[in-house]
Design a protein around this ligand. Structure first.
Ligand code: HEC
Length: 145
C-alpha cells in the first residue's frame, strides 16, 4: 500500500520536473544540448530594469558613505551586464547586428565596471559610467525613439 502511494508520488514529481525541464530550465547532464535561450521579459520591462540598475550605480558613485558601497556597486553592475546579455537574445535584436553589438558592448562595459568596483577604483568607474551612457544613447537613438 505504502509502496503504491510512494510510486505515485515519484511519478507525479518526475512528471512535473520534466515539464519544467521542457520549458527550458537547465538540468544536470544537459551540457551541450540546452534548448535555445528565450527571454521571458519584454524589451520594455527589461529596459526598466536596466534603467534602475544604472541609476543605482550612479547613486552609489555619488554617495561616498553608502553602506557596503563597493559590494553593491559590483552587484548592480553585474545585474546590468546580465540584462544587456539577455537583451541580445530578444527576438528583434537577433535580426540586427548593430543592436546586438550595442547590447554586447554594454554587457562588456558593465562587467568592466564591476571589476573597477571590486578594486574600489571610483575615478575610472565614473569615466566608464559616462561611456556607458553613450552606449545607451547610441542604441536608443536608432531603436527607442
Ligand atoms: C542594444 C540596445 C539598447 C541599449 C544598449 C540600451 N537600451 Fe534602453 N531601450 C532600448 C529599446 C529598444 C527601448 C524601447 C523599449 C520599449 O519601450 O519597447 C529602450 C528603452 C529604455 C528605457 C525606457 C523604458 C520606458 O519606460 O519606456 C529606459 C529607462 C532604458 N531604455 C534604459 C537604458 C539604460 C540605462 C541603458 C544603458 C545603461 C540602455 N537602456 C541601453 C534598447 C537599448
Amino acid at each position: 500500500m505504502h509502496r503504491v502511494i510512494l510510486a505515485g508520488v515519484v511519478v507525479t514529481v518526475c512528471g512535473a520536473w520534466f515539464a519544467v525541464a521542457d520549458d527550458g530550465v537547465a538540468k544536470k547532464g544537459d551540457a551541450g544540448q540546452l534548448p535555445a535561450f528565450e527571454p521571458v521579459m519584454s524589451t520594455h520591462s527589461l529596459m526598466e530594469e536596466q534603467g534602475r540598475h544604472f541609476e543605482n550605480m550612479l547613486d552609489l558613485l555619488r554617495d561616498k558613505d553608502a553602506k557596503n558601497r563597493f559590494k553593491r556597486l559590483n552587484h548592480e553592475a553585474r545585474a546590468l551586464a546580465e540584462m544587456a546579455n539577455i537583451n541580445g537574445y530578444h527576438k528583434g535584436s537577433r535580426e540586427h547586428d548593430d543592436y546586438r553589438g550595442w547590447a554586447a558592448q554594454l554587457k562588456a562595459e558593465a562587467i568592466q565596471f564591476a571589476d573597477l568596483a571590486k578594486a574600489h577604483n571610483v575615478d575610472d568607474a565614473k569615466k566608464l559610467a559616462r561611456q556607458m551612457s553613450k552606449t545607451c544613447k547610441a542604441c536608443h537613438d536608432k531603436y527607442a525613439s
